[in-house]
Design a protein around this ligand. Structure first.
Ligand SMILES: NC(=O)c1ccc[n+]([C@@H]2O[C@H](COP(=O)([O-])OP(=O)(O)OC[C@H]3O[C@@H](n4cnc5c(N)ncnc54)[C@H](OP(=O)(O)O)[C@@H]3O)[C@@H](O)[C@H]2O)c1
Length: 303
């Protein structure tokens, strides 16, 4: 591998937006590490990618981002195989209708969409290439704008569970984490920047495979069958803000990108609307503290 070639880790790169990001970055001559929980699915995705970008450097490293033990194993394997990292895209995500938990008892939206990204980022930070611009892109969602973070009960142990509120919670955490991470990176004098992007609404399998978006009424069935494809973006279009955040020149830490069409559902990539809570310094500090405590991953602390 040439030393000048960039290396990107993309979590959940076997499907949907993560796959499109892998494809487009491979086209830009970036070495791709697909961090996926299903090696079989990742192998098929790798074949599909290579069919479109012959000669691309694409490797698979197993990762279940909802489990801390898997994150530790992933980072250990990564550090044996690769010297430096230029881009980390924390993309893996779920939406699921039922209350589910990881092996530590953490609610699964929080564990997968947020806590895993927090821990993975901290463990990978020492491997970012020194002396050149490098970046961490966290994949957010329009849902973050409605998200509330309950510091007393982040894992829905004592609160009536609602899956969409849980999803939104994981995404306001993602947004707040990105801003706080970028502040801490700046304060530490790091050359790494952190920013986020959201895809709008995309016709991926995310809600379908868990049944979270299975239509319950005749109208919803008609909408999903006929209207959805017309209203929402295809995965390749939805991935554009994420690819832009990961690869465009001249963008800054703390930026937030998304589609600029009606309600940010789809359209040309530009700056997107961030929930002001995500920029709140007290929120960021509290979120950092609780994330360190829940994951045991301590980094950029005492800043
Ligand atoms: N689609 C939308 O409208 C939309 C809107 C806003 C935000 N987003 C965000 O965009 C990101 C990508 O979603 P998508 O729409 O592309 O969904 P998708 O097609 O379902 O892709 C999600 C990816 O994440 C992986 N993943 C899930 N849990 C994982 C785990 N525990 N460990 C490792 N990988 C895991 C999935 O693996 P498997 O294939 O094994 O399940 C898949 O590769 C998510 O963060 C999502 O919240 C999507």
């Amino acid at each position: 591998m040439s030393a000048s070639k960039k290396t990107a880790i993309i979590t959940g790169a076997n499907a949907g937006i993560g796959f499109q990001a892998a494809l487009k970055l491979a086209e830009k001559d970036t070495r791709i590490l697909m961090a996926c929980r299903s090696v079989e699915k990742a192998k098929q995705a790798r074949r599909d990618l290579l069919a479109q970008v012959p000669g691309a450097e694409v490797e698979i490293l197993p990762l279940d981002v909802s489990e801390l033990s898997s994150i530790k194993e992933f980072v250990a394997r990564f550090s044996e195989q690769v010297e430096t990292l230029d881009i980390l895209i924390n993309n893996a995500g779920i939406v699921t209708p039922n209350l589910s938990r990881n092996s530590q008892g953490y609610e699964l939206h929080l564990a997968t969409n947020y806590l895993g990204a927090f821990a993975l980022t901290g463990m990978l930070l020492p491997y970012f290439r020194k002396g050149s611009p490098t970046r961490i892109v966290n994949v957010c969602s329009l849902a973050h704008r409605f998200g509330k973070f309950d510091f007393d009960d982040p894992n829905w142990n004592n609160t009536t569970y609602n899956n969409w509120k849980a999803y939104a919670r994981s995404k306001i955490a993602t947004a707040g984490f990105t801003m706080e991470l970028n502040r801490r990176l700046q304060q530490s004098g790091s050359n790494v920047i952190a920013l986020s992007a959201h895809p709008g609404f995309a016709a991926t399998d995310m809600g379908r495979k868990t049944g979270a978006t299975t239509p319950k009424t005749a109208f919803a069935q008609w909408y999903q069958g006929k209207m959805e494809a017309w209203i929402v973006a295809k995965p390749e279009q939805a991935a554009e803000p994420i690819i832009y955040a990961a690869s465009a020149e001249g963008i800054g830490g703390g930026d937030y990108y998304g589609p600029t069409g009606l309600f940010e559902i789809k359209g040309k990539t530009g700056k997107a609307r961030l929930n002001p809570l995500a920029r709140d310094i007290d929120f960021g500090k509290r979120l950092w503290a609780i994330s360190e405590s829940l994951t045991g991953a301590r980094y950029l602390s005492d800043l």
